[in-house]
Design a protein around this ligand. Structure first.
Ligand SMILES: NC(=O)c1ccc[n+]([C@@H]2O[C@H](COP(=O)([O-])OP(=O)(O)OC[C@H]3O[C@@H](n4cnc5c(N)ncnc54)[C@H](O)[C@@H]3O)[C@@H](O)[C@H]2O)c1
Length: 332
């Protein structure tokens, strides 16, 4: 079977990010590399962008590109990839579904810009005509072999504390980390925000505490005004600590040892690398998983689905409300 695919948004994640032999970093490259997929249309509203992408992929035929989506009749495809900025997603999805009848949709993270938009998107997929469409949201750490090796190593063991440090916005970077928290450790009991600073016009940096329903205490802290990225996670267990550094590319563990400096004390020993230090976000794996969702019976995809995407937005919304009202917000 060949999966007829339309990609909307030919920017960095859609088509432009540089890929290498080790890692494919954009949708178009990944679809072109996988013989199970066939490009039906490449859409971008910016004609200049289309010209740039045409030059980059000069072997693709002219007719594949379009700067609008207005079909006379609703075209049947298998996969619609939405790689546009996350603002006004509901309007865009509604319009695209008037033009394409698709079996699955892959939406770039974050799912939506706020909870109101997320609700509108959920409603679109509750309509009878769209009820059977499967939605995925592209949180890349869900299919990182390095993250999954640690998940398997833990076999459900839960940490006592989690420290997360981030910058570049709660919606932009934070949404990845919230998806990590809820995917690995389940639902959030409550959040309590304690610091907020505007990141840019569309995003905020917010620091907050949160309690997971599994009784894990989390401190989620923004580190802004520094000249480097922060996307760091520490998981504290009784006798060990597991750390993810630099977006999770570097993954280490260290165990409690008798103190090298004071007798009768103990501290964490040397940090040792986990075997798999993968570059996160190889889109080859993503498209293999999407192919499996078409071809393998009862395939349980690890990708983020619409309900989880909505739940993540609910957590983000509660974090903002908690700061505004200066109180704990419990999440159902
Ligand atoms: N999964 C990840 O790890 C990851 C990484 C980077 C970006 N992203 C997400 O991908 C999305 C796009 O990010 P980007 O960095 O590629 O942005 P970008 O600005 O480089 O590209 C977006 C493209 O969409 C086009 N566009 C905008 N509105 C459109 C419309 N209505 N119809 C058709 N085309 C339209 C723009 O012309 C532009 O070419 C964002 O939601 C971002 O958060 C995800």
């Amino acid at each position: 079977m060949t999966i007829k695919t339309v990609i909307v948004g030919l920017g960095k994640i859609g088509a432009e990010n540089k890929s290498s032999k080790k890692v494919i970093r954009n949708h178009l490259n990944a679809v072109l590399e996988n013989k199970n997929f066939e490009i039906k249309k490449l859409i971008d509203s910016d004609r200049n962008k289309i010209e740039t992408v045409k030059r980059q992929y000069n072997f693709l035929s002219e007719e594949i590109f379009s700067y609008k989506y207005e079909n006379i009749k609703r075209e049947k495809i298998d996969l619609l990839v939405i790689a546009t900025p996350h603002q006004n997603r509901s309007t865009q999805i509604r319009q695209l579904l008037k033009n394409y009848s698709t079996k699955k949709i892959l939406i770039e993270k974050p799912f939506a810009e706020n909870i109101e938009e997320a609700k509108k998107i959920v409603q679109i997929f509750k309509k009878p005509l769209n009820g059977r469409i499967q939605v995925f949201i592209n949180f890349i750490r869900r299919y990182s072999p390095g993250f999954n090796q640690i998940r398997n190593y833990l076999k459900g063991e839960k940490p006592l504390h989690i420290n997360i440090r981030y910058n570049k916005g709660l919606i932009n970077y934070g949404s990845h980390l919230i998806d990590f928290l809820t995917y690995w450790f389940g639902k959030v009991e409550y959040v309590k925000s304690y610091d907020l600073r505007k990141h840019n016009q569309n995003d905020l940096n917010i620091s907050f505490y949160c309690n997971m329903k599994k009784k894990i205490k989390v401190n989620f802290q923004f580190i802004d005004k520094v000249n480097y990225d922060q996307f760091e996670i520490d998981l504290f267990f009784k006798d060990k600590k597991i750390s993810f550094r630099n977006g999770g590319v570097e993954k280490t563990k260290s165990h409690a040892i008798n103190s090298l400096y004071y007798s009768g004390y103990s501290h964490l020993g040397e940090e040792k690398n986990f075997k798999e230090q993968d570059f996160i976000g190889d889109f080859r794996i993503l498209y293999e998983m999407i192919f499996n969702s078409f071809s393998v019976r009862n395939y349980k995809s690890p990708l983020c689905g619409i309900n989880q995407g909505f739940y993540n937005l609910k957590v983000i919304n509660s974090v903002i409300t908690s700061f505004e009202h200066n109180k704990k917000i419990f999440i159902k």
